[in-house]
Design a protein around this ligand. Structure first.
Ligand code: ADP
Length: 746
């Protein structure tokens, strides 16, 4: 649509005409110059007016301002008309404005646009810049100027009846006016666009404001709540950072999606990398190449499942050294249980790993040693059930580790020994001290051999028994050797007794002849007393009693001799050592007399009863006395003194000593005296002291020799006294066991 603004401008002055110059050239020039100068001044004034012309006066519109400008042009240039047509493309509604001189017909003014197109063509862009055309029966010179670039904005057409229109200065003024119009139009367009944009913004603001107002209270509450949560999260983030930094171990905070978000100072210090670099931890060498895949897998699984995870991996320190870390990742949950962050703790376990490796290697070595030592090694739990056997043990008994474990090993123990071994094992555990017990163990081929089972407790730092270690040693060969030794000793002891029998025969004969002659004498006396008149009955009774006493004495001597020369098993009984000594002395009296030996007996009156084999102990005493007599037999330059002494000894023991005044012996060779077959006598056998020592040791005592301070030697033994309720006894093999109870006789 085209808007036409057409107006007739009331003339303010007459159309401008210029008269030709009729004066002399100089005058003409002078006048002409004056005229040109005035013309120029007017021109400049006109330009100023055009420039100063406001596009829109206060309160007016753009078209009014433009109409005023066209009026100004008509007036200044004394035109017949000024016409402007705008193209639609400028964004302003397309319209045309026509301003004509006063004299112009109003109707013609209205038709001017159409008339111009008829004369100059429909396409305004192609209108000639100057053209003389006929309009409304008049000849008019037209000037056409494009507005904007190539007339894209519009066209300004001016017309004047003057043939020379437009002159140079007029063209200039028209050009200025066209630029001014184009500028105004541009401003108007921009202004309009600004206005439109502003209106759009206002409309949008209004719409949004309306939307916001329309938001329900509930929604508003939600927004408020959301803000509060965001704020609290922000605060919590600060808190978390504080906490994370305060933790001395490396720690990382990851997002719920698994991206690294923050790390604490120890992480930065350990890795020597920035947070940005560490965000790419899975592609840089922060984690050891060999641990990377497993770490990534564990981490992805955790993020997918939301479950905590743990993994051990090597991390690269800033100096390039990898250290082992125990990595624990766990989710941080919001109040509604959803994961908001992941916390990943890294604990340095390098030292622990090294210790474990060292331990493993030392365990390997220990296993190697344990399995190669030629002994049966085992370990047990505090309750006594076995948990480990070395290979040698398993090979020996022919059991698998599983079969031997717990109490399975007892299947290889000899049935006769099992109960004793079990009770010994029980008492060792109860005592919480090391202990041992002998028992037979079946070899894989069914043969039993004697073993010494030895158990040692394994304690923790506060002394609690946390297990047992055991070592079973094969003592079969030692057992046999001991048995043989015992048999040999028994034979030697018997031989010794037999050898001394010859020596003793005289004493025995003398000893027995004494009671026998006593019997005979007393019996004769008795008869004589009975034959008297009156018979001396009390005297006869007394002599009869003496007869019986002497008879018993002779019988006892014979009984003891029988026991002495028979190889009987030892019998343990309470013994009065003083009495046993007296009997030995009685057996030796004949020789004592023959050798001219002064005998002294110092027998302690309060000597306690001892437990032992009377015959064996008397054999020892007899042997010591015989040796003393032998030693003194070559002494002629001094008295032959023999002292037999009994006394209480330390530790609730009793001691018996035989002291002589013989030549004594070399103190440096004292132990040799007790060796079997050691003798300095021409007809000696060198077994007396050896056998005596083994007898005393079997009585839990000891036998020793010492040179006297003066001359001679003293041989002594010391044995424990009879302990109430428990005394030594001898098993079949000659080893001492405990538990037999005897009743003491006084
Ligand atoms: P034998 O009497 O057959 O020699 P013993 O074993 O009884 O065997 O004694 C070994 C040795 O001890 C004797 O040969 C002697 O040298 C020494 N001996 C024993 N008793 C005495 C003693 N009272 N004084 C000095 N030497 C002694």
């Amino acid at each position: 649509m085209i808007t036409r603004v057409v107006g007739l401008k009331p003339p303010k002055c007459q159309p401008h005409t210029r008269a030709p110059c009729q004066r002399s050239k100089m005058v003409v020039n002078s006048e002409h110059c004056a005229e040109e100068g005035g013309h120029l001044r007017r021109c400049i004034n006109d330009l100023n007016k055009i420039f100063e012309h406001p596009p829109i006066r206060d309160g007016g519109t753009f078209s009014q301002g433009l109409s005023d400008l066209l009026d100004l042009l008509v007036e200044l240039l004394q035109l017949d008309f000024a016409y402007v047509r705008f193209e639609d493309s400028i964004g302003v509604d397309g319209f045309e404005i026509t301003r004509t001189a006063q004299a112009w017909d109003a109707l013609l003014s209205l038709e001017l646009g159409r008339l111009l197109r008829e004369s100059l063509g429909q396409d305004l862009q192609w209108w000639p810049s100057q053209q003389r055309i006929a309009i409304g029966g008049r000849e008019i010179s037209t000037s056409s100027l494009q507005l904007g670039i190539e007339g894209a904005t519009g066209t300004l057409v001016t017309g004047s009846a003057r043939v020379e229109f437009p002159e140079e200065t007029e063209r200039l003024r028209l050009r200025i006016a066209s630029v001014q119009i184009a500028k105004w139009l541009q401003d108007a367009r921009l202004s309009k666009e600004r206005k439109r944009a502003s209106e759009m913004i206002n409309r949008e603001v209004a719409r949004r404001t309306g939307d916001i107002i329309a938001i329900s209270e509930e929604r508003r509450q939600e927004i408020v709540e959301l803000r509060r949560v965001v704020e609290s999260l922000r605060v919590r983030e600060i808190d978390i950072q504080l906490v994370v930094d305060a933790i001395p171990a490396p720690m990382a905070i990851m997002t719920a999606e698994g991206q690294l978000e923050a790390v604490n100072r120890p992480v930065l210090e350990y890795f020597g990398r920035s947070v940005e670099e560490l965000k790419r931890w899975n592609v840089i060498d922060a984690v050891h190449r060999d641990d990377l895949q497993s770490t990534i897998r564990a981490w992805m699984r955790a993020v997918e499942s939301g479950e905590p995870y743990e993994i051990e991996s090597r991390h690269r320190r800033r100096d390039g050294v990898y250290r082992w870390f125990h990595v624990r990742g766990f989710p941080l949950l919001d109040t509604d249980g959803s994961i908001v962050r992941w916390c990943v703790l890294q604990i340095d376990i390098e030292d622990r790993k090294r210790a474990e490796n060292a331990l493993r290697s030392s365990e390997r070595n220990l296993n190697l040693i344990i399995n190669t030592i030629p002994a049966l090694v085992w370990s047990a739990r505090p309750d006594g059930s076995a948990e480990f056997f070395n290979q040698h043990y398993l090979d020996y008994v022919g059991l698998s580790s599983e079969a031997a474990r717990d109490w399975g090993w007892t299947a290889a123990v000899h049935p006769d020994d099992l109960s004793d071994l079990a009770s010994a094992w029980q008492s060792i555990r109860t005592s919480r001290e090391a202990g041992e017990k002998e028992a037979r163990l079946r070899r894989f081929d069914g043969m039993y051999r004697w073993f010494l089972f030895r158990a040692n407790p394994l304690r923790d730092e506060v002394g609690n028994v946390v297990g047992w270690f055991g070592l079973n040693t094969d003592i079969e060969d030692r057992k046999r050797a001991e048995e043989e030794l015992r048999n040999t000793q028994a034979k030697l002891a018997h031989m010794a007794r037999v050898m001394t029998m010859g020596e003793l025969t005289a004493s025995i004969a003398h000893e027995i002849s004494q009671p026998l002659s006593g019997i005979v004498t007393n019996a004769s006396t008795c008869l004589r007393m009975l034959a008297a008149d009156p018979p001396n009955v009390p005297g006869a009774r007394e002599t009869a009693r003496r007869t019986i006493r002497d008879g018993n004495r002779a019988s006892a001597i014979i009984g003891r001799l029988r026991a002495l020369f028979n190889r009987k098993a030892p019998v343990t009984r309470p013994i009065d050592l003083n009495e046993a000594t007296r009997e030995v002395v009685a057996l030796s009296l004949d020789r004592l007399r023959r050798d001219g030996v002064n005998l002294r007996t110092e027998l302690a009156e309060d000597l306690p009863v001892v437990a032992g084999d009377r015959v064996q102990l008397q054999q020892v005493i007899l042997n010591l006395v015989q040796n003393a007599l032998d030693a003194m037999s070559a002494i002629d330059d001094r008295a032959r003194e023999l002292t037999i002494r009994t006394q209480r000894d330390e530790g609730d023991r009793v001691r018996l000593s035989v002291e002589d005044s013989g030549p004594g012996f070399d103190p440096g060779a004292v132990e040799k005296l007790f060796d079997a077959f050691y003798t300095t006598k021409n007809e000696g056998m060198g077994i007396g002291l050896s056998v005596s020592r083994s007898i005393i040791e079997n009585h839990h005592g000891h036998l020793w020799a010492a040179p006297n301070h003066g001359l001679g030697a003293t041989f002594s033994f010391s044995i424990p006294r009879n302990t109430e309720g428990v005394i030594g006894a001898h098993d079949r093999g000659g080893r001492t066991t405990f538990g037999n109870s005897v009743t003491r006789n006084s």
